[in-house]
Design a protein. Structure first.
Length: 362
């Protein structure tokens, strides 16, 4: 249905546009017809993503209104990592982005509560209601949760999308969301902050504890993107093209292998100081297990203490422990148990029935 709607809207857009494109900023651009079609499609895609994001926000409030106070706040991370025009008005300004905040209903705000920082996964993705049950489970344990829509996230227009700095300053946006919570909420315990993430969110979690070990008590990285150099080798050409776009890294791994290395957790393993749990799956159809194995071997070679588990062909592939299956729930219990050992949440989930109760709380 979504594909059909987008296709229909695209046909309308091309019918209406002739040789002039009016951009989201209200500027007219004269383009050759073939470029016009591509520009119109991209601009329309971003506009539809904004609509989809707003609908998903409504679903967030509907599905969690009984268990959480939900807010969405505007904050700032570092300036762009590269400016198209360093002398332009506003050049060097800090990048602004939104973050979701979830606060369990019924907590005593005169007390201190642990904080979970939860960066979403995906290249140009967003924090969607895909994470509903995980957030509900965290609410049941009385964690405060912040989920940053760091630079490059989808649903905020083309400008934010093209601010992406994969494995770079998006890591600092995530840290900024942590700092925001401590500075603005007196009931957040600065000494009990954990960070968790899956896939690209796992990469961001890893890079945060590598670069800021004093800011996090514990970390979990699920099926984390771990080695961009290896990733460029086994992924498709279309995927590689995404990274070498001008607004992205801007070069291929062949042209600048050190830049890809700098953004890869497996090559930063010597920095680990934070308690860490890693999960991966042998039949992952997105982050090949070889990436995470490289990370695990690198951490071992550096003599680091950490925990990990390599699941053998677990149902769900890349999403095996984020699903609503019995096995996924059992695996999440392991994650929560690991986090609780360091963050000491007021409530602990001890069984699958506890997880099921959390899912259906109103």
């Amino acid at each position: 249905m979504r594909f059909m709607f987008r296709s229909f809207m695209f046909v309308i857009a091309i019918t209406l546009f002739s040789t002039t494109l009016v951009t989201a900023a209200g500027q007219e651009k004269e383009l050759p017809k073939e470029d016009l079609i591509l520009e119109a499609h991209e601009d329309l895609g971003h506009r539809l993503d904004i609509i989809e994001k707003r609908v998903d926000d409504l679903i967030w409030f509907e599905r969690l209104r009984g268990v959480a106070f939900i807010d969405k706040v505007y904050m700032a991370g570092p300036p762009l990592w590269k400016e198209k025009n360093p002398t332009a008005q506003g050049a060097g300004n800090r990048v602004k982005f939104w973050s979701y905040i979830f606060i369990p209903k019924g907590i005593d705000t005169s007390k201190k509560y642990p904080l979970i920082v939860l960066p979403h996964g995906g290249v140009h993705s967003d924090f969607s209601t895909y994470y509903t049950h995980i957030v509900k489970e965290l609410m049941a344990q009385q964690y405060i949760v912040v989920a940053p829509e760091y630079r490059g996230s989808t649903g905020y227009g083309r400008s934010h999308y093209e601010k992406i700095d994969y494995g770079g300053l998006e890591v600092e946006d995530t840290r900024a969301s942590r700092d925001y919570m401590i500075e603005n909420y007196s009931f957040v315990d600065k000494d009990r902050v954990g960070i968790i993430g899956w896939s690209h969110g796992g990469l961001i979690a890893l890079m945060n504890v590598f670069d800021h070990p004093d800011l996090y008590k514990v970390a979990f990285a699920g099926v984390p993107v771990s080695d961009l150099i290896a990733r460029m080798g086994y992924q498709t050409q279309g995927y590689r093209d995404l990274y070498s776009a001008d607004y992205h890294i801007g070069k291929t791994a062949f042209d600048n292998v050190e830049e890809y290395r700098r953004r890869s957790p497996a090559w930063q393993a010597h920095k680990l100081q934070t308690p860490l749990l890693i999960h991966t799956n042998t039949n992952d159809n997105d982050v090949n297990v070889l990436e995470v194995e490289h990370l695990i071997k690198s951490l071992k070679a550096e003599g680091k203490k950490f925990e990990y588990e390599i699941f053998q062909a677990a149902v769900g592939g890349h999403s095996f422990d984020r699903m609503d299956t019995m096995n996924a729930k059992k695996i999440r219990l392991k994650i929560y148990d690991f986090l609780a050992g360091y963050l000491k949440p007021p409530v602990r989930l001890k069984s699958v029935s506890d997880i099921e109760k959390a899912a259906y709380r109103e």
